[in-house]
Design a protein around this ligand. Sequence first.
Ligand code: PGA
Length: 251
Amino acid sequence: MRRKVIAGNWKMNKTPTETKAFVEELKAVASGKDNCDIVICVPFVDLQAALEGTKGTKIKVGAQNVHFAPSGAYTGEVSAAMLVDLGVEYVVIGHSERRQYFGETDETVNARVKAALEAGLKVILCIGELEKERDQGITAEILGKQTKVDLLGVTAEQMKNVIIAYEPVWAIGTGKTATNEQADEACGIVRDVVASLYGKDVADKAIVQYGGSMNAKNAADLLKCENVDGGLIGGASLKAPDFGVIIDAAQ
Ligand code: PGA
């Protein structure tokens, strides 16, 4: 039985002041909901406020990106060691918005994944097909390629610290959710790829989340799917009551 992981991806939302207030609300709605892991992935400047606010609770804090180099002349970037030093536990890597707007490729995603794992961070690796690719019938191939290349050089031992978020690009921020069957099938495909790389035992334990317009209304059904081990939630993670309903659904 895999434990569900409910992670919020705030994207470029909330100031540190708003973070402080939100965390208080979230603590109230998350209190006693011990049957899933809860993570909030916040902008870099909100990390400190999120870490301070969640101290002593089971709510974990993540960043939304990390650079692959340990240090150096990379203006505007943040290293894995910097995140670890701050007390950050998770990092989202390879989100489709980074791939779409910031030139991320499977190669740079792979470099970031390895740097993050080596530094001791837990990774939420995002993969997913475009609408065109689904229409072309190549979803499995795309998920296979992304999973294989993004995880190149990652050991079976390190896979304990990797969550894969299946996020069909056409469902992100669009209000268009994958059906339960589509989500379950795609998460199952990802698990099969993990099995082909690391064996059944690692694949059976791997956390594969669904992300893409998951909300308070559809979460319960999506989370019932055998292969869906949680959610990476954007818009609906920004309001504590909605995020709370999703956390409830994961109990
Ligand atoms: P959404 O975003 O829930 O707003 O669709 C999900 C994500 O991008 O992780």
